[in-house]
Design a binder for this molecule. Structure first.
Ligand SMILES: C[S@@+](CC[C@H](N)C(=O)[O-])C[C@H]1O[C@@H](n2cnc3c(N)ncnc32)[C@H](O)[C@@H]1O
Length: 221
């Protein structure tokens, strides 16, 4: 596994603001099947309190909201305001209003301890430097209730034995290309980090395809 290139949070926010429309149209459709699979694993019940961190254009968030009672508000956070605007339109166009979207950073979530039954986070940890991952997982841990479920979906690779062609490209291309075209994302394997953050029953499923990905599910005792 290689580390993320050292972009600061403001660069990431600006880049995702700029690419929000294209991302929603060109990249998100290829990831949708993986989202469906990951969300199925969450087995969301109609009264569950659910948070999605890094909602992006909101395709997965819509699938989550569809599973909730009409008076149960799902919470969604993203660092990029334009992504949030697209997510808002996506949900409203589908006829849903039982959601609350807000700008925020996964490093410091604006929610009380023990608030959520399920926390869903997709294709975000793959752009986060290793040094910041434990702090983010500690935030996920903090806002989940005891017995809560963490579901992660990340760009990944089957195992960590050798460097992939994608990682070689990621490490060798100019920073602006990595940020604006590759979205700063590289393959990660998050199982060990999740265990080290104190989660239990950590399970990983690898899915190949256009965007090789892993789903991690883990519980809070
Ligand atoms: C690759 S996109 C994935 C979006 C969405 N989860 C999906 O799968 O379609 C990464 C998203 O993470 C957001 N993001 C990046 N760093 C973040 C952070 N520290 N906190 C919250 N959101 C962040 C970006 O703004 C962007 O919307």
């Amino acid at each position: 596994m290689i580390n993320a290139r050292p972009f600061d949070p403001e660069q990431i926010q600006r880049a995702y603001d700029r690419r929000s429309w294209l991302y929603g149209k060109l990249v998100a459709p290829f990831e949708f099947r993986n989202h469906r699979r990951a969300i199925d694993k969450a087995k969301i019940g109609p009264t569950d309190k659910v948070l999605e961190v890094a909602v992006g254009p909101g395709r997965a968030f819509l699938e989550i909201v569809k599973q909730l009672d009409q008076d149960n508000i799902a919470c969604g956070v993203d660092a990029a305001p334009r992504m949030l605007a697209i997510a808002q339109l996506t949900l409203m166009a589908a006829g849903y209003d039982n959601f609350d979207l807000s700008e925020g950073d996964a490093r410091k979530l604006d929610f009380a301890d023990d608030t959520f039954d399920v926390l869903y986070n997709a294709y975000m940890l793959d752009l986060i430097p290793f040094a910041d991952i434990p702090g983010i997982l500690a935030e996920f841990h903090r806002v989940l209730k005891p017995g809560g479920l963490l579901v992660l979906l990340n760009m990944s690779k089957k195992d960590d034995e050798k460097m992939s062609w994608y990682e070689r490209l990621y490490g060798g291309l100019p920073g602006s290309f990595v940020l604006h075209v590759m979205g700063a994302c590289r393959p990660v394997l998050m199982g060990r980090f999740v265990e080290e953050a104190g989660f239990e029953e950590v399970e990983r499923e690898f899915v190949g395809g256009v965007i090789p990905s892993e789903t991690i599910t883990a519980k809070l005792r």
